[in-house]
Write a protein that binds this ligand. Structure first.
Ligand SMILES: C[S@@+](CC[C@H](N)C(=O)[O-])C[C@H]1O[C@@H](n2cnc3c(N)ncnc32)[C@H](O)[C@@H]1O
Length: 363
């Protein structure tokens, strides 16, 4: 693994880091820019920080945290928000490099930085009670090598945390190769059959489903993003107990995969060149996944299982789509004279306790 630190980041690592940066960029203003500050403390924890950058000084997760905080430094002081940054790296030599690489940021009094040189699981257990009891908002990044650090117990602990979003990386193809090994199976509830039934390119989605099946809280949000590098498939798994967190992550996923919002490659082998109608074949450039979503949502509306703006919103994000997809279907239904109205507010505010719900009227 030494190689990782002595080489430039690969395109696939850069995608992972872009997603992390984009998420941080849309997460921070929710807690800092808001007119009403509900939580005066923010935790950003990078449990596998590496050395902070690659051999070409391209920023890695640790430096990205400081860079993304930069625009808020004055505001943070003004609003008296306490920002705690924790950066952990197990390997001594890499840890020393990390400390050097972040040194220039340490003199800023807008945040508290703690660097740790510990094994992830040990540190996670010792921090957990703080995260559980704090009245803060937290973002956790878990950029492990392989698959073994986020076991079932740790995953369960992560999804139990309130006001905590996490993003973890996992080398999903390893599960495919070693599915029958005890060391893999203790992390995932997967059988050889589960993996063999589906095509290999879906392996990260299968791994995601296995994590999802471990969550008891039905209103918890979890989303995958598959990343292919050569023959290997890796991926990110995002978790949040807030719909706004899920929506923000999905917006990013759809930014990087305009057709399906889930991978850095053509996961369904559909060879779609653009979303526009093809002039020669007359075929729509819409992915099958989008068509299925529209059909499913339409059926739910006609069967009166989805009856309000809140239902539409939650159905949409739970299926890995964003409000624009639902809006498009609603407009079509309206144009066809199936529903009376289509201008619904599709956002997380519809999930607030006292929100007045907008009803769908079928014609
Ligand atoms: C994929 S790299 C992290 C890269 C980093 N996020 C970046 O953006 O450059 C994983 C890092 O975790 C460290 N590591 C591996 N096992 C660990 C463990 N059990 N606890 C803490 N760190 C660990 C490795 O030394 C390595 O630097």
């Amino acid at each position: 693994m030494k190689k990782f630190h002595n080489e430039p980041y690969t395109e696939e690592t850069l995608i992972k880091l872009r997603i992390f940066r984009d998420y941080l960029r849309s997460w921070l203003p929710v807690f800092i820019n808001n007119r009403n500050i509900y939580w005066h403390e923010i935790n950003i924890i990078d449990f596998f920080a590496g050395q902070g950058c690659d051999i070409n000084n391209t920023s890695g997760s640790a430096l990205i945290i400081f860079e993304e905080l930069q625009p808020y430094l004055e505001l943070v002081k003004e609003k008296r928000i306490k920002i705690n940054i924790v950066l952990n790296e197990k390997e001594g030599e890499i840890y020393e490099r990390l400390k050097n690489n972040i040194e220039k940021y340490l003199y800023n009094s807008s945040y508290n930085v703690k660097t740790e040189n510990r094994k992830f699981q040990e540190l996670f257990y010792s921090y957990y009670h703080k995260l559980l009891n704090t009245n803060a908002a937290s973002l956790i990044f878990l950029d492990q090598f392989g698959i073994k650090e986020i076991d079932q117990k740790i995953f369960k602990m992560l999804v139990t945390l309130k006001r905590t979003d996490f993003l973890f990386f996992i080398s999903s193809s390893i599960t495919n190769r070693f599915i029958e090994e005890e060391s893999i199976n203790k992390h995932l509830r997967l059988s050889k059959k589960d993996v063999e039934e589906k095509s290999y390119k879906y392996i990260h989605k299968i791994v995601y489903q296995s994590y999802k099946s471990q969550i008891e809280n039905e209103s918890y949000f979890l989303a995958p993003f598959s990343i292919k590098k050569g023959a290997n498939i890796y991926g990110l798994i995002f978790g949040s107990n807030h719909p706004l967190g899920m929506e923000k992550f999905l917006n990013i996923a759809w930014k990087y995969d305009k057709l399906r919002g889930e991978a850095n490659f053509d996961i369904s082998n559909e060879n779609i060149i653009s979303e526009q109608l093809d002039l020669f074949t007359g075929k729509s450039g819409k992915a099958k996944k989008v068509e299925l979503f529209e059909e499913y949502l339409k059926k739910k509306i006609l069967d009166k299982e989805v009856t309000t703006n809140k239902d539409i919103y939650l159905f949409t994000i739970n299926k890995g789509f964003i409000p624009k997809h639902a809006r498009k279907l609603l407009r079509d239904l309206y144009n066809k004279g199936i529903i009376k109205n289509w201008h619904f507010s599709l956002n997380h505010k519809s999930c607030l306790k006292n929100s007045i719900l907008e009803k769908i009227i079928l014609l």
